[in-house]
Design a protein around this ligand. Structure first.
Ligand SMILES: Cc1cc2nc3c(=O)[nH]c(=O)nc-3n(C[C@H](O)[C@H](O)[C@H](O)COP(=O)(O)OP(=O)(O)OC[C@H]3O[C@@H](n4cnc5c(N)ncnc54)[C@H](O)[C@@H]3O)c2cc1C
Length: 484
């Protein structure tokens, strides 16, 4: 289904006050009337589920909730969906599983947006072939726009920054009943029984008064077997990503300017100074760069993040010049890549030992598998790489003492070391799909997110094939204790 203006109005109209066509003009009128400007507010919208943030966790969350039959409004502050892959040029996936809506995403990316022009012959059915693939940032945006336009219950609203939450308080429990966003420079409330914070920053949960962690923990804080004796309060550093592309014929990539972190399109190997012959032979003409990395003390502070980007771009100047001289142009990510922000304290805090031991708790709603990858912190390489599959508990998506709110993606409840593993995109995607499914069930059955029947949720996720990936996947599982 194409998402023309009429369809958009129809879809958005259905969500308002549970009414349908009669409400269409209400949305249409929201092209700002004098009265709205005077009040500084647009009329309130209603939905079953609100998702804030259209990134790797938010998009699967919104699609999953819509497919369960919930009316969903997905609010994104940027003017295009995508999150880190689109606005930070993190167009590369690490980790597993790649199942459900993320698998649909990968298949569509591979089929119609491969940088190798034709779909990759090496791509396994489960989108896991032990090779490195990446796509252009705009490809993610196109794929997710296409997937979301096909969902009749889902309304994506871009250019809508959420700035506050609607909360009622009873005793020590806060109930989130919706959010306040900025649209056309006016405020607008959106009400729903369930909101999902998929912002990557945890802003929505923080605004709702939820407790959160920021920066490294000490080992003793959560009885972890590895980590810092004393917290240094740091988050992982930020990285300015960019893409270089050949613009003149008869040119050669200036590889002497790059030691590591350059990725050929559709290739099995990282391009480094150690593999020049192969790089010349393949001659991709387009490369993904982990540009320069800068520490930021407070990633919630826009001034510090802006200064980090300026510093990163200054550091990159010699590389941009080398590329330009060699006949390559550089596409620079609009936002510097922020790896870490708030982690929202949930009913369970995932620890590094849960990750290392491969714990699958009773309420596990998403599978995860990726090494520990804590940039800026030394961890024994053998320990890092020893991680096998583990499970994400539903409790880690539920903020403490809060109803009506779930978290998804990298902000769920875990220690900094645990998060360094599950922060990768495919895992954020499966967490998002679980959160969206749970949110729809909680909203439609009026149970709230805390009294949800987790077994029914797991059954639904199992039917979608979310836990069905071991053994079907062509992955290198030799010498791993959890090998099937
Ligand atoms: C430099 C860097 C390199 C990385 N490398 C890899 C890699 O190689 N492979 C891999 O798999 N992962 C990698 N990651 C990790 C991964 O990209 C992120 O952890 C992942 O994107 C998190 O997904 P998310 O949905 O939680 O948040 P995000 O991707 O941050 O998406 C959040 C979305 O919410 C929106 N938003 C935020 N606040 C608001 C608001 N108030 N109102 C409305 N919208 C809002 C944002 O605009 C954004 O679109 C990397 C990350 C970085 C920064």
């Amino acid at each position: 289904m194409s998402l023309n203006r009429r369809n958009f109005l129809k879809k958005a109209g259905v969500g308002i006050a549970g009414l349908s066509l009669a409400n269409i003009p209400l949305i249409a009128q929201q092209s700002i009337k004098k009265d709205d400007i005077k009040r500084n507010y647009l009329p309130t919208l209603k939905a079953d589920v609100i998702v804030v943030g259209a990134g790797p966790s938010g998009v699967p969350a919104a699609i999953a909730a819509a497919r369960e039959g919930a009316k969903v409004i997905l609010l994104e502050e940027d003017w295009a969906p995508g999150g880190a892959p689109v606005d930070m040029f993190v167009t590369f996936m690490c980790g597993a599983p790649r199942t459900g809506i993320y698998l649909e995403t990968v298949r569509e990316l591979n089929k119609n947006h491969s940088l190798g022009i034709t779909p990759s012959s090496t791509f396994g059915n489960y989108a896991w072939d032990n090779k490195n693939h990446w796509w252009m940032p705009s490809s993610y945006s196109m794929v997710w726009n296409k997937m979301m336009a096909a969902e009749k219950n889902l309304t994506l609203m871009c250019g809508c920054r959420v700035v506050d939450t609607l909360v009622t308080t009873k005793g020590n429990r806060n109930t989130v009943t919706g959010v306040v966003m900025m649209r056309n420079e006016l405020y607008q409330k959106v009400e729903a029984p369930v909101t999902i914070d998929a912002t990557g920053t945890g802003l929505i949960a923080a605004k709702a008064g939820c407790d959160f962690f920021y920066g490294s923990d000490a080992k003793k804080d959560f009885n972890e077997s590895i980590g810092l004796e004393k917290s240094d309060g740091r988050v992982q550093p930020c990285t300015q990503m960019f893409i270089s592309q050949r613009t003149r014929s008869n040119t050669e990539f200036p590889r002497e300017a790059f030691k590591t972190g350059v990725l050929l399109y559709d290739d099995a190997k990282w391009e480094t100074h150690q593999t020049p012959e192969e790089a010349v032979r393949k001659d991709a003409g387009i490369y993904l760069h982990w540009g320069s990395t800068v520490p930021v003390a407070d990633t919630t502070d826009p001034i510090q993040v802006a200064q980090a980007q300026q510093e990163a771009l200054i550091k990159l100047k010699p590389k941009f010049e080398a590329l330009q001289k060699a006949g390559y142009t550089s596409h620079i990510a609009p936002k510097i890549g922020v790896r870490e922000c708030r982690r929202i304290r949930g009913e369970y805090v995932i620890t590094v030992d849960d990750v290392l031991k491969g714990v699958f708790p009773d309420d596990h709603v998403a599978d995860a598998w990726y090494s520990l990858d804590p940039w800026g912190m030394k961890v024994d390489e053998k320990i890092k790489q020893s991680v096998g599959p583990y499970g994400i508990p539903y409790r880690s998506l539920i903020p403490v003492n809060t109803e009506g709110l779930l978290t998804a993606g990298r902000i769920i409840s875990g220690t900094r070391l645990a998060m360094s593993s599950y922060r990768v995109q495919p895992i954020c995607g499966t967490i998002g799909e679980a959160a969206g499914t749970a949110a729809a069930m909680a909203a439609l059955n009026k149970t709230g997110v805390r009294n949800l029947d987790v077994r029914s949720l797991q059954n639904k996720l199992e039917k979608k094939g979310l836990f069905d990936w071991y053994g079907n996947v062509n992955m290198n599982v030799n010498n791993k204790p959890w090998k099937k």
